[in-house]
Ligand binder design. Structure first.
Ligand SMILES: Nc1ncnc2c1ncn2[C@@H]1O[C@H](COP(=O)(O)OP(=O)(O)OP(=O)(O)O)[C@@H](O)[C@H]1O
Length: 264
């Protein structure tokens, strides 16, 4: 890969205590994410996707291995420094319900002691970026927004401190298909425009293939494969081949159902 690596996972391991002893959630995972890359993580429920993200921003600590951002080990970074470098987008926006849109978006700059006038200007800039009308939305509360609008605010909040990395955990999972598609496409454009490095968990392999530069496939805590959509399509790994069955079948059926433009 020509680009430099920004996030490097080296033999990362994490177990949680369980009723039958320690259960391994992330099992010896090693791979690199390049600066500017959009990486999707897919895998079944309980395959370790969220645990890997939470290890990356140090919401939890690894039992073994290293995670580096640039040439720094995250274990040696303080949480404030990490918060500057990494923005997080959660399912349903995870907005604070009693706080306005502006207060939600400004929360990280406020924690970083940014002056109030600067925060207000930044909030407006971010509302423009995620295509929400400043005047109409700044003072609304989260329950006065649609799911898609809430998620746009969630993206704006994640970008508020100008992070270089954005971690997204099923960001568009709870949205209807049209809104989901629009938000995914808009976010991908933002990723490119701001030269972000994005790691997005999704259960939807089709979404992963359409949005990401590369897709990491996890199963039982292990990284089964990581590659471009074309590389995954050519994979002989049985689980990856199985995952690719649905998008392949859908693509074939759609191609048969929809006449090519101009052919009708
Ligand atoms: N705090 C915790 N305490 C105990 N076990 C945990 C904890 N967090 C995760 N686990 C376990 O670790 C494993 C991996 O969980 P994780 O949430 O990373 O999976 P996931 O792939 O993100 O799943 P999903 O797609 O359902 O969100 C699961 O078996 C889960 O039960």
């Amino acid at each position: 890969m020509p680009r430099t690596s920004l996030i490097t996972y080296g033999n990362v391991r994490k177990s949680f205590p369980g009723p039958a002893g320690a259960a391994t959630a992330v099992d010896d995972v090693s791979f690199e994410i390049a600066a500017g890359e959009f990486l999707a993580i897919v895998g079944g429920s309980g395959s370790g996707k969220t645990t890997l993200l939470r290890l990356t921003n140090r919401l939890i600590e690894a039992d073994g291995g290293t995670i580096r951002i640039g040439d720094e080990d995250v274990a040696g970074l303080d949480p404030v420094a990490l918060r500057r470098r990494i923005g997080n987008v959660f399912q349903n926006g995870a907005l604070f319900p009693h706080m306005t849109v502006a207060a939600n978006i400004g929360i990280t700059p406020r924690l970083l002691d940014t002056p109030a006038s600067e925060i207000a200007a930044r909030v407006d800039e971010l509302l423009d970026l995620v295509q929400l009308d400043r005047k109409a939305y700044r003072e609304r509360l989260p329950d006065e927004l649609s799911g898609g609008q809430r998620q746009r605010v969630g993206v704006a909040r994640a970008l508020a401190a100008r992070p270089e990395i954005v971690l997204m955990d099923e960001p568009f999972g709870a949205l209807d298909p049209l809104t989901r598609d629009a938000l995914g496409t808009d976010y991908r454009a933002l990723h490119d425009q701001l030269a972000l490095t994005t790691v997005m968990i999704t259960h939807d392999i089709t979404e992963a293939l359409l949005l990401a530069d590369r897709v990491a496939v996890m199963r039982g805590g292990r990284l089964v494969e990581v590659g471009t959509p074309a590389e995954l399509a050519a994979s002989r790994e049985p689980y990856v081949a199985e995952l690719m069955t649905t998008p392949r079948r859908q693509a074939a059926r759609l191609a048969a159902l929809l006449p090519e433009s101009g052919a009708a």
